[in-house]
Design a protein. Structure first.
Length: 362
């Protein structure tokens, strides 16, 4: 082999080695940048978690403080005042981000599990049955009933077509006849693809509703069901604390307009807007109406003669939903926490205990 050929081979080997070195260097650089980026994301995400947790703790503290100041719960309380919450948050500044908090009364919502009388868990709760019929009649009245995304199985959806399958999902008698003509027991769900089991007991999570016959995900989100319905509200039985029940009472001081409308007798739904406005009426920066007694709604012009079932309403609550959102370094994180206010047996002080805690990417 000539000297020239030797030089050519050496050049090729050198170029190959340099190419490999460059490729390895680039890959190492990519991995290092990826590791740095991942570390930065993990750091930022951890910061957001701490921010959210701090916000939730502030919300819990506000609720505990309010309990020491008032027995009744209403939209006039500090926890419902956005300016007061912002003032609390201002005491907890974050260098590279911000947090927001929303607090709502979980008893402002319809109690899903109260539709059936517990602890027996077999029959409709008559008061709740009527309430749910009025609620869905109002909801459906504003829907396009031929929308196949909302109502894939029927163009003539009625409240009972939603309520009856919910009752069958809740009740403990899976071998009983279905409720009405539109209910569904275990064999219906076993015939689906893929099949799944019916609960035959209280709902554990509100999104479980989307597993019930005639309730599509499109309906769930279009009707904002999560904002008006809750699975919480379980209380110990009066005679036996080990046997739970759901009283289903809605806080008339905090319920939103569609729920207020469902509470009103048929034909008086138009008063819901007046009732909501009455609760929040002020003069010189002060609320002017007393919301202590559940019958305060009779003071609303036009509502003097109407009667809301006293078994359906209350003015008290210790069950709340705290939603906290944190933003920082181009990232965002949120959490929804259900808390129960309760008194410490040893100290006598009130605190808020988390019943459910869910993080969500925003």
């Amino acid at each position: 082999m000539s000297v020239g050929n030797n030089r050519g081979v050496a050049l090729i080997i050198t170029l190959t080695a340099v190419t490999i070195i460059i490729a390895v260097a680039l890959e190492l650089n990519r991995q290092m940048r990826s590791a740095v980026t991942s570390a930065a994301i993990a750091k930022n995400n951890m910061s957001l978690v701490h921010m959210v947790d701090s916000g939730i703790e502030i919300g819990k503290a506000i609720l505990a403080k309010d309990k020491t100041e008032t027995l009744n719960v209403s939209v006039q309380d500090d926890w419902a005042n956005a300016e007061i919450i912002e003032a609390y948050l201002a005491q907890l500044p974050f260098e590279n981000g911000r947090i927001t908090i929303e607090i709502s009364d979980e008893r402002s919502r319809l109690q899903l599990n109260a539709l059936v009388k517990f602890p027996e868990g077999r029959d409709f709760n008559p008061v709740q049955h009527d309430l749910w019929r009025r609620f869905f009649a109002l909801i459906l009245s504003g829907a396009e009933l031929d929308d196949q995304d909302l109502f894939p199985e029927s163009e003539n959806i009625t409240p009972d077509m939603i309520i009856n399958p919910v009752k069958d999902w809740l009740d403990s008698g899976d071998d009983d006849a279905i409720t009405g003509l539109t209910g569904a027991e275990g064999d219906y769900y076993q015939g689906l693809e893929p099949p799944y089991s019916i609960r035959n007991g209280p709902f554990k999570h509100i999104k479980e509703l989307m597993r019930v016959k005639n309730i599509s995900s499109e309906m769930f989100y279009s009707f904002d069901i999560d904002n008006y319905v809750t699975v919480y509200g379980m209380t110990p039985g009066a005679e036996d604390p080990h046997r739970f029940t759901y009283d289903g009472k809605i806080n008339i001081n905090t319920a939103e307009m569609p729920v207020i409308a469902a509470l009103l007798p048929e034909g008086y739904e138009f008063l819901a807007e007046e009732i909501v406005a009455f609760r929040e009426e002020t003069a010189n920066g002060e609320y002017i109406h007393d919301l202590t007694e559940p019958t305060w709604y009779k003071s609303v012009p036009g509502a003097e003669e109407i009667q809301i079932d006293p078994n359906a309403i209350t003015t008290q609550s210790d069950l709340f939903r705290i939603i906290c959102r944190a933003e920082g370094n181009g990232m965002a994180l949120g959490a929804t926490v259900i808390v129960l206010r309760e008194r410490d047996e040893e100290t006598g002080k009130w605190h808020s205990r988390a019943l459910s805690w869910q993080y969500q990417d925003i």
